[in-house]
Design a binder for this molecule. Structure first.
Ligand SMILES: [Zn+2]
Length: 155
């Protein structure tokens, strides 16, 4: 696992139960629901850290759902992106199930970045049901990122 508490695979999100440690998979189409652990029946928490997108197929499944997704398009060599990373962590920790936060490494997934016409990084986009609601570029603090998401979802 990366620095988060959940990761994506081709079927959904895999998250460890905070109570018993059992890994549970929440299918993409049920990401908006509160799941329970298949082992101990404890409630599974919503991810509190950004989800790393490993493949374009995961990206498409994730943004195709009814849960809004804030996506951070970044690259390891990009200084402003490194400034945004802890801010995205903060936004993810505070999202509380209203939306998911995901990261796309444009260096690892150049075809995806090209298809979505990511011209500068960091770029942040808000997606729901496969549609892009809003997009913005440039580093900013967590409060400004949250305001961007609120505005995108209100419009
Ligand atoms: Zn459990």
């Amino acid at each position: 696992m990366s620095h988060g508490d959940a990761m994506l695979d081709d079927k959904g999100m895999v998250t460890a139960c905070p109570h018993c440690g059992q890994k549970n998979r929440v299918p993409y189409e049920r990401l908006g629901e509160t799941g329970i652990c298949g082992n101990c029946k404890a409630a599974l928490p919503f991810p509190s850290a950004p989800l790393e997108i490993g493949q374009e197929a995961q990206f498409l499944r994730l943004i195709g759902g009814t849960v809004p997704v804030l996506v951070d398009f970044w690259a390891p060599w990009c200084g402003p992106c490194r400034m945004v990373a802890p801010e995205m962590d903060r936004v993810a920790a505070g999202a509380g199930g209203r939306f998911l936060v995901a990261k796309v490494n444009t260096e690892a997934l150049p075809a995806l970045a090209q298809r979505y016409q990511i011209q500068g990084i960091p770029t942040m986009g808000v997606y729901v049901s496969g549609r892009e609601l809003a997009r913005t570029s440039g580093a900013r603090p967590a409060a400004a990122i949250e305001a961007f998401v609120r505005q995108a979802l209100a419009g």
